[in-house]
Ligand binder design. Structure first.
Ligand SMILES: NC(=O)c1ccc[n+]([C@@H]2O[C@H](COP(=O)([O-])OP(=O)(O)OC[C@H]3O[C@@H](n4cnc5c(N)ncnc54)[C@H](OP(=O)(O)O)[C@@H]3O)[C@@H](O)[C@H]2O)c1
Length: 324
């Protein structure tokens, strides 16, 4: 390998975890306002797995193909969340230096974090990595906590003393939501399989429930449906008057319906894809400083296929992170 090349995890077609391969590719070159990052760790999220496999909620397939490639992925290197060190500065970059430890999310739809090097625009989703986070934790931090904070704080306005049900409380988003709900002073009930009950309790859940049995009847002031199994028709009987339902996962009809008609009697529906911003990245770092640590399952680069298998399962605990 020359200094112009790198090892990268690639998906050249849509399909199961078996489409993942490791290839030698040209090393990206940072453009104006960008830095080149030598990646130490990258997240393999449920989002990455959904795009790779076109395994998306009903009705969302055409939208994903339109964004990411109609017949095959336009960007062959998946992955967005990374940690590493700055390896080179693009033209016009100031305030950052080579060798600086960073974490972040690659720009928009460009992907590319699942490789030895990636580029990122400095005024977008890039932050210094605090010493208090390991490289693996740093790569895992933004995905779940940014989503949980967007829904629970910005959209649902969760308040201290409220009763919160987190349906799917032990994955990347759910563990973050369980911690954040408890941190905000809510009384959290976490729903997952029995193997993950202790983890949700450790994250701050006051009560836990198994989705294989009937759910506790509440009522709840707020329900966060991370798993996508509690659309409004099923959640409504569990909601208190004035209750809010956060649809982190919903099919196309559910998302459109919630967007067009967010008020249902005294209930309110919150939905949509979380919009990233530097302020939201700063907030997750602030919440880490207040005590949040993401749970991580670590795999080496050579096991990229296994990392995607875990991320596709819909049953991982916390986050899957690959180290280089
Ligand atoms: N709207 C947005 O902007 C946004 C942002 C990020 C993620 N998402 C979506 O959020 C979802 C979750 O992501 P994630 O990374 O947290 O996934 P994950 O790590 O795979 O976690 C899935 C969770 O769902 C639980 N679960 C599985 N089957 C269930 C069922 N039948 N009923 C209730 N819970 C069940 C799992 O528990 P067990 O393991 O115990 O089965 C686990 O707690 C994905 O659909 C992702 O696409 C949306």
């Amino acid at each position: 390998m020359t200094t112009d090349t790198m090892q990268a995890a690639t998906a050249r077609r849509y399909g199961g975890p078996g489409v993942m391969a490791i290839e030698t590719l040209p090393r990206p070159v940072p453009g104006p306002g960008q830095v080149l990052v030598k990646v130490a760790a990258f997240g393999v999220t449920r989002g990455d797995a959904r795009i790779r496999g076109l395994d998306v909620p009903r009705g969302m397939g055409p939208m994903v193909r339109a964004f990411f490639g109609w017949t095959r992925p336009k960007r062959p290197v998946p992955g967005r969340e990374f940690s590493g060190v700055i390896s080179a500065l693009g033209p016009g970059v100031s305030g950052w230096s080579e060798g600086e430890p960073v974490l972040g999310i690659t720009d928009g739809m460009t992907m590319g974090a699942g490789a030895e090097y990636c580029v990122v625009t400095t005024d977008k989703m890039l932050a210094r990595r605090p010493d208090s986070l390991t490289e693996a934790e740093a790569a895992a931090l933004p995905f779940g906590l940014m989503t949980a904070a967007d829904f629970l704080i910005d959209q649902m306005g969760l308040r201290a003393g409220e009763r919160l049900l987190v349906n799917g409380g032990s994955g990347a988003v759910g563990m973050a939501a369980t911690w954040l709900g408890a941190h905000l002073g809510a009384r959290v009930t976490g729903v997952a399989s029995a193997t993950n009950h202790a983890a949700m309790t450790a994250a701050g859940a006051e009560q836990v429930a198994d989705y294989a049995r009937p759910l506790p009847q509440g009522p709840y002031d707020a329900i966060l449906d991370v798993a996508g199994t509690l659309p409004y028709a099923k959640a409504a009987p569990l909601l208190a008057p004035g209750g809010r339902l956060g649809l982190v996962t919903a099919d196309f009809a559910g998302q459109i319906g919630a967007g067009l008609r967010p008020r249902r009697g005294s209930h309110r529906l919150c939905s949509g894809v979380v919009k990233e911003s530097p302020e939201k990245l700063a907030r997750v770092l602030d919440l880490h400083a207040q005590g949040y640590r993401p749970e991580v399952t670590l795999l080496p680069f050579a096991q990229i296929e296994e990392a995607h298998r875990l991320a596709s399962s819909g049953h991982k605990r916390g986050n899957v992170v690959v180290t280089l």
